[in-house]
Design a binder for this molecule. Structure first.
Ligand code: NAD
Ligand code: UDP
Length: 335
């Protein structure tokens, strides 16, 4: 992906879409890889709404056209079915690189491909933002995790294709930055939830919400005392854009510091969806991190960013989307 030709800037203030670009800012052409997925599609909404041009590159491994259908027909939006491990030549200003199998079920499905999809992505000229992950901290021995912590990752385990893949992607991103002068940004994203998550991707929030709606027991892995910190998707998208627009390379933790055990999360889902919901214990997966909570002081200070939506407010916002999709699925089965 090459940089957009700066000699031919688009005139600002041209009204071809719903919202004009602000006075004094040139319209940008932005690539979002993985833009038909959960986080990517919300990011696309924000970029289109502020008046920029967006090109989504996605191979639909886990993404869905449904997530973007409301932009079809908009002249500022393009969708390209393409696998990011293969080269593509585009002239753009910014690249948000989100494409990758992101949930444990999906990244373990083809682990070799998972690691390749991080390490083969190349970029020239355009400003490049890598969506890394809190998984780079592994099973952390420091709590909460600061960006200066180097992590505790098993290099040969089942999760390694993801954790080490993202660590390698961070390394490559920094090497391009230092060696080739590419302008880069690195976000370390903590567990994020919201509408449009894959229904059956095995992540804990989507599992519990779908299970409670389907009147199935919520499956708690292990003793349920492990912790995670859950961030609502609009907070993440605000953080990604703030980082891209900032002068700082990062890495930056983007997450909500509100920390919950899985048993506490099940309780919140129960309060939100169905007070008669039950839980069922299952064996835990290998190398499951015992705790995770971001220290976000760096993002607060340098990006002027912090999450606004607590779990008890965010969870109800994804329930109607999940209910509708589960209902459609059930109706589909009847035909
Ligand atoms: P998602 O699975 O919903 O989206 C990933 C998208 O990438 C999908 O649309 C998928 O089809 C596409 N994709 C996968 N491999 C591809 C390939 N080789 N070529 C082209 N497209 C490909 O996942 P998400 O939750 O939206 O995650 C987006 C990014 O954020 C990922 O890089 C993920 O690692 C990172 N992240 C997410 C979370 C989270 O909690 N959601 C946490 C940490 C990091
Ligand atoms: N988990 C759970 N029940 C589920 C799915 C996951 O108890 O149905 C647990 C899982 O063992 C982990 C935590 O929830 O401790 C978060 O898992 P997820 O896959 O959502 O995110 P990650 O482990 O990548 O942070």
């Amino acid at each position: 992906i090459a940089s957009h030709n700066q000699q031919f800037p688009k005139p600002f203030g041209v009204r071809t879409g719903r919202v004009p670009v602000g006075i004094g800012r040139r319209r940008l052409r932005i690539v979002v890889t993985g833009g038909s997925g959960f986080v990517g599609s919300h990011l696309v909404d924000k970029l289109i709404d502020r008046g920029d041009e967006v090109i989504v590159i996605d191979n639909f491994f886990t993404g869905r056209k449904d997530n973007l259908v409301h932009h079809f027909g908009n002249p500022r939006f393009e969708l390209i079915r393409h696998d990011v491990v293969e080269p593509i030549l585009l002239e753009v200003d910014q690249i948000y690189h989100l494409a990758c199998p992101a949930s444990p079920v999906h990244y373990k499905y083809n682990p070799v491909k998972t690691i390749i999809s991080f390490t083969r992505s190349k970029f020239f000229g355009a400003k490049f933002l890598l969506t890394s992950t809190s998984e780079v901290y592994g099973d952390p021995l420091e709590h909460p995790q600061k960006e200066t912590y180097w992590g505790n990752v098993n290099p040969i385990g089942e999760r390694s294709c993801y954790d080490e893949g993202k660590r390698t992607a961070e390394t490559l991103t920094m090497d391009y930055h230092r060696g080739a002068g590419v302008e880069v940004r690195i976000a370390r994203i903590f567990n994020t939830y919201g509408p449009r998550m894959c229904l059956d991707d095995g992540r804990v929030v989507s599992n519990f919400v779908a299970q409670a709606i389907r009147k199935q027991p919520m499956t708690v892995y292990g003793d349920g005392k492990q912790t995670r910190s859950f961030q609502y998707v609009s907070d993440l998208v605000d953080g990604l854009v703030a980082l891209m627009e900032s002068e700082h390379v990062g890495p930056f933790n983007l997450g909500n510091p509100g920390e919950f055990t899985m048993l506490e999360l099940a309780e919140v889902v129960k309060e939100t969806i169905d007070s008669s919901a039950t839980i069922e214990f299952r064996p835990n997966t290998a190398d499951d991190p015992h705790m995770r909570k971001p220290d976000i002081s760096k993002a607060k200070e340098l990006l002027n960013w912090e999450p606004k939506v607590p779990l008890r407010e965010g969870l109800p916002r994804m329930v109607s989307d999940f209910r509708n999709r589960i209902l459609n699925e059930d109706e589909g089965k009847g035909h």
